[in-house]
Design a protein around this ligand. Sequence first.
Ligand code: PLP
Length: 550
Amino acid sequence: MYRNILTQLRQSFPQPVSDRVHDSYVAHTVMRALDHVDQLKTDLPVLGPKQPLDYAAARRSELADQGTDLEQVVQELVGYMRGASLWGHPRNQVNVCPPPTVAALVAELLAGLANPNLVWDEVSHRFALAELEMVATLSRLVGYDSQRSAGLFTFGGTACTLYAVRAGLEKALPHAMRDGLGELPVVLGSECGHYCLKSVAGWVGLGTRNVILIPSDARNQMSVELLAEAARTFLRRGKRIACIVATMGTTDSFGLDDLEAVLSLRDELVDEFALDYVPHVHADAVIGWAWAVFRDYDFQANPLVFRPRTLRALAATVERLKGLERADSVGIDFHKTGFAPYVSSLVLFREQADLLRLGREPSDMPYLFQTGEYHPGRYSLETSRSGAGALAALANLRLFGRSGLQALLGHLVEMAQALRELLESKPSIHIVNRENFGPVTLFRVYPPSVDTFKVPEREMSDPTFASELARHNEYNRQLAHFLHQEAMSGRGILLGQSDCYRHTPYGEPIVALKSYLMTPFVEEHHLQELVDKVLQAQGELESRLVPSSS
Ligand SMILES: *Cc1c(COP(=O)(O)O)cnc(C)c1O
């Protein structure tokens, strides 16, 4: 009896030997799915209307006795696309989520089909080359000597930081991998950095209390003086430093740390305290890495004809990326500024030896590595590691080339600058990350009576303005709510919101509206629409506020 089921199910696998008829059935199945998806496309920045979700029903799910035929399954799968964000829609400016390219999608499909495991070249074969080609390419791009560097694809920018902190621990406490943490070193990073540093510290057993977050300035970069002070305090107390993380492109505001100064400080500390190890410096460049394509852009000749404002923004970012080649490791997310689907992250080490510190005893892995010569599974945290991320990254870099990525990023920066120009011309709008030059613009809207030449400044610095700040936070939350509803009804632009883009020096959160441009389809008229809509929302809010306040 089971044979009947088996025979039928065999049709649901790609055929192991050539069968053109079956191939066209597979292709047709994929096409049907895409067709269904197409029908969900409207003017909305999401696929079809976004309806409330029935979580209770989802929690009651269980395995059915009978299977479902492939056509039916595909239909059901497409159902999960309903309401999904269309990251490529020019009215979708929510977050650092890129629309994936067709090349990357095909890469994902092929990687799924071949199902390589990057643990070992025996089971990944040419996908191992794809990974190594990306390691070499990105090493060159960030300025590493690709003969000495090493790296691997892993599960996100979080995991890149995990690899860096774990390698740094091994440097600060040799044999900690075997012996565990006898003492607890500290890790240092920016208060504007990503929370994953705390997650990592917790997960590796350092504890989040051993994460020291350094205050940042209005440019959202950590103060190197305060970093120096903190580092010296801990070293004087006999604490070790497992890792210093410099963030090259903060998540919300595109702040860029002064990596060169951080590296110089690290070198000074080694001498000053005669350390018997060199504290690891990780560049969390999961967002900012892509701007390395502008490192040798001719800003004078400007062959791609960017506007002066764009050039200035790009040049400022390139200036900040100096020092990338001296960082001990770099985190790179292709699923952010590389236009690949999740998950495609590469962690690179300047010195291969640092990655090898994480190696295991060969005797612990008797089932692997009898053949071949590429065995990243000897030092990767993961055992099974998909080849999809590496192939998707490769697909996009081949598709774009340097000038393609320059054009894509340049356009996003150009549009962000155009948006800023529009926002700056409105007296009730204040851009809060004006010193950051990426694709993200954070701004606050104030009631018309507020003097935005003085108030934002005072809210930031003067604790007696805390209640004003809180009131204006609430004002912006309400605006965000209104704008969200409008966008979901097909009017205006879907923006992001940050409940705490940063804290004031006296510790209060600052709420901001966020336009994160990641779509190549955005044009200036969308930005005009955005500004008009924000002003309309403000008018709406004011008309509601008048009766209650009089
Ligand atoms: C997104 C982000 C991370 C986390 O990366 P994931 O790929 O989401 O795990 C880390 N650091 C920065 C600066 C980020 O923006």
